[in-house]
Ligand binder design. Structure first.
Ligand SMILES: [Zn+2]
Length: 293
């Protein structure tokens, strides 16, 4: 497409191909940083396709694909894989099959940036650490194949000690609003400073949180037994726990990721439109608490 420049003459707009977008993605979130069990990379799409509009989303749900197609997107970059495990069929009789059909029939590619997006500098947990003002941030668990500053989860320090209740309010304020809100285990008035966090389901990192001597651990999908065992591990009840919506804990990365990819493509002379999905794909719709039931 040609657009007029200041002199009224045409300016050539250069769209990248999908293959060129994949190279830019690899620069930011290398596939080598993905965990061995993960399935990242291109799920659907032709490398030779021209890319004009890219939509970022946490989940490649049918609604997200429909949102992308309505906007005219040629590529969805989703955090979660559509197919983490092998499948024998993509017939449109299954949920995942319908999504694959919508994508291909709508001319939209799908790319997964999952644990490579978690591990990378500027990744999911880094963005959350940044939003909370943490300093001296380092990975909670080093990447299997990466640099020392790359890895899953982050631990860092607040500039000064604050009360757990106030800190939880800060966490709540930086995240997108979801029905489940934010759950906290710990003494509301306790002073805390060292914060460990992991976007997404992070209870497998509890031993690393304890080794890091963190006052608080922020993650999503914390299960009953690991949570209790972690808090019984020390006599002072730490780490206190802040349990987030899985979706909300990872959503914060999307605007930062879109901006980062836009910058890389812009530096290479490409023009694309980038947008973050407006859909809330958190599965929960309402909660009852003792005060309201
Ligand atoms: Zn996740």
């Amino acid at each position: 497409m040609d657009e007029p420049n200041d002199d009224g003459g045409p300016v050539q707009v250069v769209r990248p191909t999908l293959a060129e977008v994949l190279l830019a993605v690899e620069e930011l979130w290398p596939e080598s940083l993905a965990e061995d069990w993960d399935a990242v990379g291109l799920v659907a799409g032709r490398p030779t396709s021209s890319i004009h509009k890219i939509l970022f989303a946490v989940d490649p749900s049918l609604e997200v694909v429909q949102e992308a197609l309505e906007w005219g997107a040629d590529l969805i970059i989703s955090h979660h894989p559509l197919m983490l495990r092998g499948v024998n069929s993509v017939a449109a009789t299954s949920g995942k099959g319908r999504i694959v059909h919508e994508l291909i029939e709508g001319g939209c590619a799908l790319l997964t940036v999952h644990t490579n997006g978690d591990s990378a500098v500027g990744g999911v947990s880094d963005v959350l650490a940044d939003a909370l003002g943490l300093q001296e941030v380092r990975p909670l668990q080093a990447a299997q194949h990466g640099l020392p500053e790359e890895g899953i989860g982050r631990v860092g320090e607040l500039p000064q000690a604050v009360q757990l209740g106030d800190f939880a309010a800060l966490v709540f304020s930086v995240l997108p609003a979801v029905a489940g809100g934010v759950k906290v285990a710990g003494d509301r008035d306790a002073l805390i400073r060292r914060i460990a966090l992991c976007g997404g389901a992070g209870d497998s990192l509890l031993p690393a949180v304890q080794a890091a001597n963190a006052d608080v651990y922020i993650t999503a999908d914390l299960r009953h037994h690991p949570a209790i065992e972690a808090r019984e591990g020390r006599t002072d009840g730490r780490p206190y726990l802040i349990d987030l919506s899985h979706f909300a804990s990872e959503w914060l990365w999307l605007p930062a990721a879109a901006q980062a990819l836009g910058n890389v493509l812009d530096d290479q002379g490409f023009e694309v439109e980038l947008q973050v999905s407006q859909l809330n794909t958190d599965p929960w719709d309402f909660v009852l608490t003792p005060g309201e039931a």
